[in-house]
Design a protein around this ligand. Structure first.
Ligand code: TYD
Length: 231
């Protein structure tokens, strides 16, 4: 069976990825596709434990290489358990973050550089590449304020603290955003950059247009959406 379609979402914390993934999953479902939705870090039992370790503000003193190795350990498990089996079954996979996050956060933010991330990706992930990456970059200040207040709300409600990255200083997030822009410039055929102060609806429309174009190009195991589809 031909391979399915692998779509990843990228962006800074608070960029609205979660809302947009949900909207795209609904949009695809209306068109007769049943996407597999997953996230990194997390998405498997082992991955959820790695997620708890790596995102918790109490994980102090984690060396950048340790952080990167944990992200790749999580990813290797997700590919083996979730992503590759779904693609082999011809499904559409929507993944909240993938190796571009490691390149942006550890390569850019932590200043490990791109090369080590790309080399590890080739070794550990068998160089599995997304067919399409939707990169959301709303204005940085709006992003961070949203991400920080969301984490405080979640921590107050669940006692589960995932704020280690949001607690980083602004220069870190600027480096992450710059690295994301470099990736988009390097790989324009794969990465669709959606930036600026847009409404949820406007972002969704751009995502739907990009996915529609990718689906109608074919070349994967995913059937072309049927004609009676609704917006
Ligand atoms: P998550 O809650 O998924 O992000 P968001 O706030 O966008 O919903 O948190 C994941 C965090 O982990 C996020 O701050 C980015 C970071 N991260 C890395 O630093 N490297 C990686 O490879 C991945 C996948 C995530």
């Amino acid at each position: 069976m031909p391979r399915g379609l692998f779509i990843t979402f990228e962006g800074l914390d608070g960029s609205g990825k979660t809302t947009q993934i949900k909207r795209l999953a609904e949009w695809l479902t209306k068109r007769g596709h049943l996407p597999v939705v997953t996230r990194q870090p997390g998405g498997t039992n082992t991955g959820d434990r790695i997620r708890a370790l790596v995102l918790d503000s109490r994980s102090t003193g984690l060396a950048p290489m340790t952080e990167m190795a944990l992200m790749f350990a999580d990813r290797a498990q997700a590919i083996s358990e979730v992503i590759q089996p779904a693609l082999d079954a011809g499904k559409i996979v929507l993944c909240d973050r993938f190796t571009d996050s490691t390149e942006a956060y550890q390569g850019g933010g932590r200043q490990l550089g791109s090369q080590v991330v790309l080399d590890l990706h080739r070794l550990i992930c068998g160089n599995l590449q997304p067919d399409l990456t939707l990169l959301l970059l709303p204005p940085l200040e709006r992003n961070l304020a949203r991400a920080r207040s969301r984490n405080q709300r979640v921590a107050a409600r669940t006692g589960c603290d995932e704020g280690r990255f949001e607690a980083e200083h602004d220069a870190f997030h600027h480096r992450v955003a710059d690295k994301y822009k470099q990736i988009a410039a390097r790989e324009p055929a794969r990465v669709v950059l959606i930036e600026g102060d847009l409404t949820i609806e406007e972002v969704h429309e751009r995502i739907a247009a990009a996915v529609s174009a990718r689906l109608s190009r074919g070349g994967s195991g995913v059937p072309v959406p049927n004609a009676q589809s609704t917006p």
